[in-house]
Design a protein around this ligand. Structure first.
Ligand code: PLP
Length: 396
């Protein structure tokens, strides 16, 4: 009897590849390149957080906690959200603590989207949103952000909305462009969401990393939007603890109920002692956030100076900790070829633009650098990148 041959890999898993960002980190390690690819700091988190984590573990906070989040953490979180965003959050009914904002976005989509539903995604986009849409059987509808200032065209956005639109994903401050959505842009998006009865999933993980006096506007604070907005965030970037895997979701009680059910069966809960340590993060003084923004502005400026010296054009980031650079002057066929050259021959890793676009053709002239690094790291990267000057001189 012959055995029928079954497809081992699901059609969903076959639709996406390994994360290019994390792959570049591995290639960088192999070649001893300075890693300006993956978005994580190479400097320590605040000592208050470390201390609180030690104490939580020593104090036996080591078992499963409440699945939707440690009570003390949720209460401290609600307090912090009140002073920073001005939102009244009920820690018992509006918060779900997740394993990073990565799980937060996946759980939100799984809890709200049905097969055939369309989800609008601004392009370029943080690479996880593509696979998230596949996992949730959503149909992504891409709306372009246009360089150099990465604005969207109103008519293109209007056209993307229809009766099948279930949600729109916003990410502000934005990875990879550094764009910060303006009040006018968010107001237009809000009007369209109300007109078409659409949810907003807003990833605000870089809410405190802002430059040149730019203001962060949370979609949930716009008139009529709190009820239809799911705000996704995490400790990863603001408190430099990307490895802790503690994120959170703010949403109305109905959505929160569905999201908590999905979250429970996906992961049961985020790390209990690290959620408890999150209380210390929420209690950091306001000055912590101001200093964080100043620190990052220095890092941004030092990387931009290097790019200026080399002669690589870019759009100035207004938030988050990346710069999207235009590599067309180097004449490489693809962004991936250029990044592999950069890692192997120059000794600096970046992320090929194609990680952030649905079609690689749109991305071939972009690469992303992350500047969430110590001054020493940026200095070494700078020395190495300067070697590119002579290549550009030869090309012109
Ligand atoms: N959202 C954005 C826009 C990001 O840039 C990142 C990480 O780079 C994440 C989410 C992932 O965050 P977390 O560590 O909370 O899962």
């Amino acid at each position: 009897m012959t055995q029928a041959h079954k497809q081992k890999i699901s059609s969903k898993a076959s639709q996406f590849t390994e994360s290019v960002i994390r792959e570049m980190t591995r290639v960088a390690l192999q070649h001893n390149a300075v890693n300006l690819a993956q978005g994580f700091p190479d400097f320590p988190c605040p000592p208050e957080l470390k201390q609180a984590a030690y104490e939580a573990i020593a104090g036996d906070v080591n078992q499963y906690g409440i699945t939707w989040g440690d009570r003390a953490f949720r209460h401290a979180l609600a307090e912090k959200v009140r002073w920073y965003l001005g939102l009244e959050i009920d820690p018992e009914r509006h918060i779900t603590v997740t394993c990073g904002s990565t799980e937060a976005m996946a759980a939100t989509m799984l809890a709200t989207v049905d097969p055939g539903d369309e989800v609008i995604v601004f392009e370029p986009y943080y690479e996880n949103y593509g696979p998230d849409a596949v996992i949730a059987s959503a149909t992504p509808r891409y709306v372009s952000l246009h360089p150099p200032d990465w604005t969207f065209d109103e008519a293109e956005l209007r056209q993307a909305f229809n009766n099948n639109t279930k949600a729109i994903i916003i990410n502000t401050p934005h990875n990879p462009t550094g764009k910060v959505f303006s009040r006018e842009e968010l107001t237009l998006i809000a009007e369209l969401c109300q007109k078409w009865d659409v949810l907003v999933f807003t990833d605000e993980i870089y809410e405190h990393i802002l430059y040149d006096g730019t203001e962060h506007i949370a979609m949930a604070t716009l008139p009529g939007m709190e009820e239809r907005t799911v705000t996704i965030n995490s400790l990863s970037k603001t408190y430099s603890v990307t490895g802790w895997r503690v994120g959170y979701i703010l949403a109305n009680p109905e959505l929160t109920g569905a999201i908590r059910r999905v979250h429970d069966f996906l992961t049961v809960g985020a790390p209990a002692p690290l959620q408890r340590a999150g209380v210390a993060a929420m209690q950091l003084p306001e000055s912590y956030y101001k200093e964080l923004a100043i620190l990052y502005q220095e890092k941004r400026d030092s990387l931009l100076q290097i790019l200026d010296e080399v002669g690589i054009p870019y759009s100035i980031p207004k938030g988050a900790y990346y710069v999207l650079a235009d590599i067309s002057r180097f004449g490489y066929k693809t962004d991936v070829d250029f990044v592999l050259y950069l890692i192997k021959e120059i000794g600096v890793a970046a992320v090929p633009g194609s990680s952030f676009f649905s079609q690689p053709e749109k991305a071939s002239k972009f690469i992303r650098f992350c500047f969430s690094k110590k001054p020493e790291t940026l200095a070494v990267a700078g020395d190495r990148l300067l070697k590119l000057q002579s290549i550009l001189q030869k090309a012109t």
